[in-house]
Design a protein around this ligand. Structure first.
Ligand SMILES: C[S@@+](CC[C@H](N)C(=O)[O-])C[C@H]1O[C@@H](n2cnc3c(N)ncnc32)[C@H](O)[C@@H]1O
Length: 442
């Protein structure tokens, strides 16, 4: 005897090219359609109206839309149906037609009348997780979330049984807060045998690695300073050739002043495949963590990221400081703490106003984050007075003066802190335009 409480039989439908009919173009359709489209289904939507997102999928040619109410016969030749309109009579009629035609049918308004249920699904690295709990969709979603999160961050052990792709992953680890690495970066880290890590980046994540993982501190590889990059390249090559899964964990993004391409080229010369995982660069994220947007409507229409590792008058400099001084937008300087005095003087000499606001953000996104405010005219002195040390990002431009209201609201709500911070740490500066003493954003 069939009984209503029998568990659903799980199955993976291969819908590529198969006709799927969706009745109703509201929120339910909006949530379900992307997966049907990804599965390659030939989707027909029958509905007098649709949400803007559903309409955008129609415009993009991902599905066909019959802009009308359900009519008997709509489920002819369908392999699968999703009935989710706001009209109960139409839902019941479509569901009855599905039954008659033996088309598996999901109903958003009546799970008991449905012949199929949609599991809570998620994906991570080629694995589809699908969870059914009968009548408790929130529990399904919670179990799905826990499994997917575990797969993504590697806390749920699920080793690949097929041969692992050999080679080295150049992983951008973000600016330092361990939550600001990408999901892919974190997963590769969890699967690594060897991790070659920089001084900058999410070093807290190294504590989470298993005891079998060899962690090599790139800053301590024994060779002279000039040889350091060759030594790092050699270590990557050596471990990759030994068949190890190697992660080169770098601060920020590997290709933003990170010498990532040099490492990729060294590996390519040895025939070792490289995977590059982009990261959140400090150039954007560190100002943001201190409450500075690098662009703002009506204030800055461009931002330029510049290395300050050599002074403007250094013959090795590739930067046209005179041209930069003519720009009105935001300048973001990395590696510039030691030379900010001469850089600021060059910008002022070439025409950038001396009262241009400047924010210096040290150790952004970490618990030690601090922000010092200055102007282009006095930033060299302020950095020295305040003892600012690398790593710091220096933001120059009118965007530095916006965001005060948001910082005030965050402080009132008590939400400032690394990750949600808006000027956390010590603010020892004056925010131009706020009067003597400025706004303490700490
Ligand atoms: C060699 S560059 C690497 C940049 C990195 N690839 C990126 O995309 O952020 C190092 C410079 O990045 C900046 N930097 C990186 N992380 C930082 C952080 N958490 N706080 C402030 N500055 C940071 C500093 O200017 C530092 O001197």
């Amino acid at each position: 005897m069939p009984h209503a409480d029998a568990p659903a039989y799980p199955v993976g439908l291969r819908l590529a090219g198969k006709r799927v009919v969706v009745i109703g173009g509201g929120q339910v359709a909006q949530r379900r359609l992307p997966a049907l489209v990804s599965a390659g289904a030939d989707v027909v939507l029958v509905s007098p109206s649709a949400t803007a997102s559903v309409e955008a999928m129609v415009t993009a040619g991902e599905l066909r839309w019959e802009r009308r109410k359900y009519r008997p016969g709509d489920l002819a030749d369908a392999w699968y149906a999703l009935v989710a309109s706001t009209d109960p009579a139409a839902n019941a009629a479509a569901s009855a037609e599905a039954e008659e035609r033996r088309v598996w049918c999901v109903r958003s308004d009546d799970a008991d009348a449905a012949t199929a249920w949609t599991p809570a699904t998620g994906r991570s690295d080629g694995v589809t997780v699908a969870v059914l709990t009968g009548h408790d969709p929130r529990r399904s979603a919670a179990v799905r979330d826990a499994v997917v999160a575990g797969l993504r961050d590697g806390t749920l052990g699920a080793p690949h049984h097929r041969a692992r792709a050999a080679g080295v992953a150049l992983v951008g680890g973000g600016p330092g807060d361990p939550d600001l690495i990408t999901v892919r970066g974190r997963r590769l880290l969890a699967e690594a045998d060897v991790v070659v890590a920089d001084r900058l980046g999410p070093r807290d994540l190294l504590d989470e690695l298993g005891p079998h993982v060899e962690v090599i501190d790139a800053a301590k590889i024994p060779y002279g300073r000039a040889m350091a990059q060759e030594a790092i390249n050699a270590a990557l090559v050596e471990h990759a050739k030994a068949g190890k899964a190697v992660v080169r964990l770098k601060g920020g993004d590997p290709y933003v002043f990170g010498r990532g391409m040099e490492e990729a080229e060294a590996l390519a010369r040895e025939g070792i495949p490289v995977t590059v995982v982009p990261g959140i660069s400090s150039a954007i994220s560190v100002p943001a963590a201190a409450g500075v947007p690098v662009t703002h409507r009506g204030v800055a229409h461009e931002f330029t990221v510049v290395s300050g590792h050599v002074a403007p008058d250094d013959p090795r400099s590739l930067v046209d400081w005179a041209a930069l001084a003519k720009l009105r937008g935001t300048l973001v300087l990395l590696m510039a703490v030691e030379r900010i005095g001469s850089i600021a003087a060059a910008l002022v000499a070439e025409g950038r106003p001396a009262d241009t606001p400047v924010a210096v953000v040290q150790e952004g996104t970490t618990a030690a984050q601090r922000r010092v405010d200055a102007t282009l005219g006095d930033v060299g002195r302020r950095v020295a007075e305040e003892g600012v040390r690398p790593p710091a990002v220096i933001v120059i431009g009118d965007v530095v003066a916006v965001g005060g209201a948001v910082a005030d609201a965050a402080r009132a709500a008590g939400t400032s802190g690394p990750g949600t911070s808006l000027g956390t740490g010590t603010d020892t500066g004056t925010v131009p335009g706020t009067g003597p003493g400025g706004v303490a954003r700490g």
